[in-house]
Structures are given as structure tokens and as C-alpha cells.
Design a protein around this ligand. Structure first.
Ligand SMILES: *Cc1c(COP(=O)(O)O)cnc(C)c1O
Length: 465
């Protein structure tokens, strides 16, 4: 085929076909196996002339679509996985229709929409207006921005402009307790080193930082600059670092504070500023947030927030004569990784417009309540052990391992997980807690209901243990 977009009939044909594909996919989401564990793509060489539309669609329908996971569905509970609400899904479709490039302002309203989406997110989470930022491809990219900004700060403390001069002479101590793997990766990418941090002790039975130990480390540090990386919602136990104490310590020691709140920030929707576990996050120097998790917009979409916009620009801006800045605020390409950028803010903006605070709070609250219910059922079940109290939207469990040594317990756990995922009504992911293999359930899909929890109980009852 040769592209032909001018013929109106031709365009309508595409709309019809792709609408049907979308609709069918969403309709059968709940009935298919959640994960496709044995997928295969038939080897084929590149076609010279290309296929007809009908032939392409046939291949999609027979080979590709049946082998996709039901990740956007209500019972994909691995990792921390959001679905995509109807409006966010269709908005994302429009993103391609509009095909805007948000590198720079000056020729479209699109960048203003991104700025407003950021403002609305700050309102949603009751964050002060000093926070500015940009959309990213996800929490990994936001953590990378956090690492780059932190190293720029570290440079200013020792007369090094890291963006210009590099990190070679940088003298910096980095403290964190349970960094997400993407944070460790980001430290590597930022030239700070994946292994170059000091692990602050965790509180007893928790992944949260022991602030007393942090205080000792801060007092002992002789580095010219200090970076503290805190977590608001760790992926295993969903623990929150005490950001009130930690931010006060950081202030006292002039240390930089980055907070990874990829999904934990949504806890703020349920509590007042006084009661939220993220209290103190207002004092952070930068914050990571994911939208493709609990906000339920399609991949890929995250947010990076900081009150230090100038420092962010110092970290990323490269002056180029043909790229004049238009507005009062720096262009997005001057404060982030990419030059050309997708209009990924649009599904966020439209979701916030359509669902409002109440709509979003409703599914977050429901996920947390359902996780609690399932945890309670597991705790009472003779066949399973609840490994850790459910504190938010994550349930940690394993089969009953009483009397088994660790090796056998781990093996029994792995076998149970395989059996659950092969059954196909659920998809769960593995984890480790205090050295033991566990199974993790994380609820963050807007569509999950009590019915899905009942199905899960059914599956767990039927799996031999
Ligand atoms: C998911 C997650 C990340 C990584 O996010 P991606 O969106 O996969 O890049 C980082 N930190 C935390 C706490 C997360 O839950």
C-alpha cells in the first residue's frame, strides 16, 4: 500500500476498522486469559510491496491481538499496573490524530495544556504552586531527571556546573533506604554510579527509612554535597518514609531531597494534609509521579515536579540560535530529556477534566478497600499466609509454608505463582520480603470490582497447595 490520507472514504474505512478492533478488544477483555505465557511471532521477512489493509487486519486479528495480555483489564495485578479509562484511551488515540510536538511553545496551545495538566495534578495532590514540571515517559525517566537535577545542585555547592563540566570532580554523598530499581538505574545513568550510595537502615519490619540513622549519617558526612532519596510508597510493603523528619534533616544539612512517589502520592487523595503518609513532601526538592499507574492513563506517562525550575533548565538547556524561547517559562525541551515530545499530557488533562478529584479518588479508594478485603481473606485462609499487613493497595502472601525450610518454602511459593498465572484468570508477580519468596498483588486498575476479588478467592481456593 501507499499511504493515501486525502481520500475521505479511505480515512473512514480506517476509522471503521480501528474502531472495531478497539471495541472488540475492550469487549472481550474480561473473558480472555489475563496473561499469555507462551507467545510466538512467526518469523517473516520484510515485505517489499506491503500488504493490503485487509491482509494487515487479518494478521492482527489472528496472530497479534489474541496473544496480547489483558494488562488494561481488571485482574492484571502484577507489578503496579494501571488500566486506561475510556476517556484516557480515546484521548490517547487523539494524541496521534493531533500529532503535536511539545518541544517548544509558540505555534500551538498544546504546551499550555501540558502546563495546566501539571497545575491540576498539583491541585489534585494539594501540592504548593511552587511545584513546576513536565510530563515524562514514566517514573524511571522522572527519577533520572531527579538524579540529574540533584547532581546539578551538588555541583553548585562546589563550583562545578555539572551539565557543562561533567561529574568527574563531584564530591557527593547519596543516602537512601529502599530505592526503586529504576532509581538505582538512574544514579548510574546520571554518572553518579549505581553502587555509589549509602544505604540508610530501614525501620523494623519495614522498608521505610530509619530517620535516626539518616541523622547520624548526615552528621558524619564530610562530602561537599549531600543527596537524600526518599520513598513515598515502596513497591513491596508500600511503606512511606517519614518526610517531615527527613525534610527537616535535609534542610538542616543543606541536603537535596528527591522523593519517589510514583504511586504513593495517590494516598494523598484519601487523607487531609495533616494525616497523609506523604506529609512533608511539600518540602521536597523534586518528586516523581507516575500517571500510567494509578491515574489510569495509557503508557507511557509520568511526571516530574520541582520548585527549582531554573536549576532544571541549567541541567538540560542547550542554547541553539534557531530555537528561540517564547514564553515566560522555559520550553519543555530545555527542562527535560527529549527535544521532540509526544502530547502525552493530553490524556492526563482530559482525565482530570472529565473525572475530577472525586472520580479519581473513587477508584483509588476502591482499590485500597478491595486489597484490604483480599488480604483479610488470605489471612484467614488455611492454605495461605499473609506475609505482611496490607497497608495500601498491595497484598503480600505465599502458600502456607508452616514447617518448611526456606528452600522448600520458596519452591512451593514459585510453584503456586506459576499455577495461578497459568490458570489465566489472574496475573500476579513475584517478590521478596525479608529474604523469602512471596507473591504480590497490586490493585491499581479503575475497573477492578468486588466480583474480581471473588474470582481471585475462587482461583486461590482451587490451586493445589
Ligand atoms: C513503577 C515505579 C517506578 C518505575 O516506574 P516506570 O513507570 O515503570 O518507569 C519507580 N518507582 C516506583 C516507586 C514505582 O512504583
Amino acid at each position: 500500500m501507499i499511504p493515501n490520507n486525502n481520500d475521505r472514504n479511505e480515512v473512514e474505512k480506517y476509522f471503521d476498522i480501528f474502531q472495531r478492533l478497539s471495541q472488540n478488544y475492550m469487549d472481550q477483555l474480561k473473558d480472555q486469559k489475563v496473561a499469555k505465557l507462551d507467545v510466538a511471532l512467526e518469523a517473516a521477512s520484510l515485505s517489499d510491496a506491503g500488504l493490503s489493509l485487509a491482509a494487515c487486519v487479518r494478521q492482527l486479528e489472528t496472530e497479534i491481538i489474541p496473544q496480547l495480555s489483558a494488562q488494561r483489564g481488571p485482574r492484571y495485578w502484577g507489578f503496579v499496573t494501571g488500566g486506561a479509562t475510556p476517556i484516557a484511551t480515546m484521548a490517547d488515540w487523539l494524541v496521534s490524530t493531533f500529532d503535536q510536538n511539545l518541544a517548544k511553545a509558540g505555534d500551538s496551545i498544546a504546551d499550555l495544556v501540558e502546563r495546566q495538566a501539571i497545575e491540576w495534578l498539583c491541585e489534585l495532590f494539594l501540592l504548593p504552586v511552587k511545584f513546576k514540571g513536565l510530563m515524562s515517559t514514566g517514573a524511571t525517566a522522572s527519577n533520572f531527571l531527579g538524579a540529574c537535577l540533584a547532581r546539578q545542585f551538588a555541583g553548585t555547592k562546589q563550583n562545578i556546573d555539572v551539565a557543562k563540566q561533567g561529574v568527574y570532580d563531584l564530591d557527593v554523598d547519596i543516602f537512601c533506604t529502599t530505592p526503586h530499581a529504576s532509581m538505582v538505574k538512574s544514579l548510574g545513568m546520571a554518572g553518579l554510579g549505581q553502587n555509589n550510595f549509602t544505604q540508610v537502615q530501614a525501620l523494623h519490619n519495614s522498608e521505610a527509612m530509619n530517620a535516626t540513622h539518616l541523622q547520624q549519617l548526615l552528621e558524619q558526612s564530610s562530602a561537599k554535597a549531600i543527596i537524600v532519596i526518599a520513598s513515598a510508597g515502596t513497591v513491596t510493603t508500600t511503606d512511606f518514609d517519614d518526610l517531615v523528619t527527613i525534610s527537616a534533616l535535609c534542610k538542616k544539612h543543606d541536603a537535596w531531597l528527591h522523593v519517589d512517589a510514583a504511586f504513593g502520592l495517590f494516598e494523598r487523595l484519601l487523607h487531609s494534609n495533616e494525616q497523609t503518609k506523604t506529609r512533608g513532601i511539600e518540602s521536597a526538592d523534586s518528586i516523581t509521579l507516575d500517571c500510567h499507574k494509578w491515574l489510569n492513563v495509557p503508557y507511557d506517562c509520568g511526571v516530574f515536579l520541582t520548585p527549582h525550575l531554573q536549576l532544571l533548565e541549567d541541567s538540560f538547556d542547550v542554547p541553539a540560535p534557531y530555537l528561540l524561547n517564547h514564553g515566560n517559562e522555559p520550553d519543555f525541551m530545555s527542562i527535560g530529556i527529549e527535544n521532540s515530545r509526544r502530547f502525552r499530557a493530553f490524556p492526563v488533562w482530559l482525565s482530570l477534566l472529565a473525572y475530577g478529584r472525586e472520580g479519581i479518588r473513587a477508584w483509588v479508594e476502591s482499590n485500597i478497600r478491595l486489597a484490604g478485603e483480599l488480604a483479610q481473606w488470605i489471612d484467614l485462609s488455611a492454605d495461605y499466609e499473609l506475609v505482611h499487613p496490607c497497608q495500601l493497595n498491595v497484598v503480600l502472601f505465599r502458600p502456607n509454608c508452616v514447617g518448611l525450610d526456606q528452600q522448600n518454602a520458596d519452591q512451593k511459593t514459585a510453584e503456586a505463582l506459576t499455577a495461578i498465572n497459568q490458570d489465566g484468570r489472574l496475573f500476579l508477580s513475584p517478590g521478596k520480603w525479608q529474604g523469602n519468596s512471596i507473591i504480590r498483588i497490586a490493585l491499581s486498575n479503575w475497573q477492578t470490582t468486588t466480583q474480581d476479588i471473588e474470582i481471585a478467592k475462587q482461583v486461590l481456593s482451587e490451586i493445589p497447595s
